[in-house]
Design a protein around this ligand. Structure first.
Ligand code: AHM
Ligand code: MG
Length: 348
């Protein structure tokens, strides 16, 4: 039996000790999120046994069916954060508008954005789902939080992370000092350090994309995906395909094993499908901290200045050289299509 372990609490405190000016508020906020993750993980484990799987009967603001666990996860995170005095405003995939903390609560200095249960269409088939979060320091000067506090570019994040509810529950986070992973030990209810300072391979084994959209992509994206398969002369050595349809699980696998995930725009989703503020940006922060990269095809994801809460973006993320190959191919094919009068979109 191992007697020396590093809990997430101890790890966060050790990191904070390097900053004499730190007040501990961010560390406590990260514990609040870890607590919410444990509650959600427990609910997901029980989901097959009690009748909480399935649709809630409502649609969320994106027009998608809400699953009961989506609702539970969303409420759990809000309840774990709103009375702590550490948060001024929240933004969730499941809520149309920003969520300032209630009037009776103390107002804190952080804005938190989250996708409470990403990939939830996988729940009914017992596959991995996740929670994604992004933390910004408030920029509004007084009162409860405002839209300006959540509408900040990803490069201003003070922390970001995700929780993957898979065969085990893992939490990966960064505060800008590397990306670190913790695995939940269900017997003691603690997240224990299992992946310190994750570095993703520069070139990956896998490419991950929903290829059923192939006919809806522009020629640049089609060429890039053919290139990843090793099907074109200018391509890379052939990669294996892996796609679950759960961003957290697809991203996590590629982060550890190396690979590139892409969700480009297509004729049905001209701005892409994934959300900038609580899906792409936090994952991009983790990817860069692990020496990977993330782009929308033209711009670094972390540089995009948002103008609305549920803004979507094309996303190419993962191993640095693979992301570069995809972006270069799209730009090259798109510009040659423009020269020859072909129709193609400027970004992914
Ligand atoms: P969700 O937040 O409603 O679950 O949607 C986001 C999910 C991502 O996890 C995943 O990468 C993507 O949608 C899969 O989309 P598709 O089924 O079109 O491949
Ligand atoms: Mg999502």
């Amino acid at each position: 039996m191992q007697t020396s372990v590093t809990t997430i609490e101890r790890f966060i405190l050790d990191q904070e000790d390097r900053y004499p000016e730190a007040t501990g508020e961010l560390s406590n906020l990260l514990y609040d999120i870890a607590l919410a993750a444990k509650i959600i993980a427990a609910a997901i484990r029980r989901a097959g046994l009690v009748n909480i799987l399935g649709k809630q009967g409502a649609q969320n603001v994106q027009g998608e069916d809400q699953q009961k666990l989506d609702v539970l996860a969303n409420e759990t995170i809000k309840n774990c954060l709103k009375h702590t005095g550490r948060v001024c405003v929240m933004g969730s995939e499941e809520d149309e508008d920003i969520i300032p903390v209630p009037p009776e609560s103390a107002v804190g200095k952080y804005a938190v954005l989250f996708d409470p249960l990403d990939g939830s269409s996988n729940l009914d088939v017992n596959s991995a789902v996740g929670t994604i979060f992004s933390i910004h320091r408030r920029v509004s000067m007084e009162g409860r939080g405002t839209a300006a506090d959540v509408l900040q570019p990803g490069c201003q994040q003070v922390s970001a992370g995700y929780v993957m509810y898979g065969s085990s529950t893992m939490l990966v986070y960064t505060t800008g000092q590397g990306a670190h992973g913790f695995t939940l030990d269900p017997t003691i209810g603690e997240f224990l350090l299992s992946h310190e300072r994750i570095i993703t391979p520069r070139v990956g084994k896998y490419y991950s994309v929903n290829e059923s959209n192939f006919g809806r992509w522009d020629r640049g994206v089609q060429a890039a995906v053919r290139g990843l398969k090793g099907d074109i002369a200018e391509g890379v050595p052939p990669k294996n395909s892996r796609y679950i349809g759960s961003l957290v699980a697809d991203f996590h696998r590629n982060l550890i094993a190396g690979g590139v995930f892409l969700y480009p725009s297509d004729s049905k989703n001209p701005d892409g499908k994934l959300r900038l503020l609580y899906e792409a940006s936090p994952m991009a922060f983790i990817a860069e901290q692990a020496e990977g990269s993330a782009t929308d095809g033209m711009n670094r994801i972390l540089d995009i200045v948002p103008d609305r809460l549920h803004q979507r973006t094309p996303l190419v993320i993962g191993s640095r050289e693979d992301v570069g190959f995809v972006a270069d191919t799209i730009r090259r094919v798109s510009s040659s299509a423009r020269v020859s009068g072909g129709v193609t979109s400027p970004a992914l």
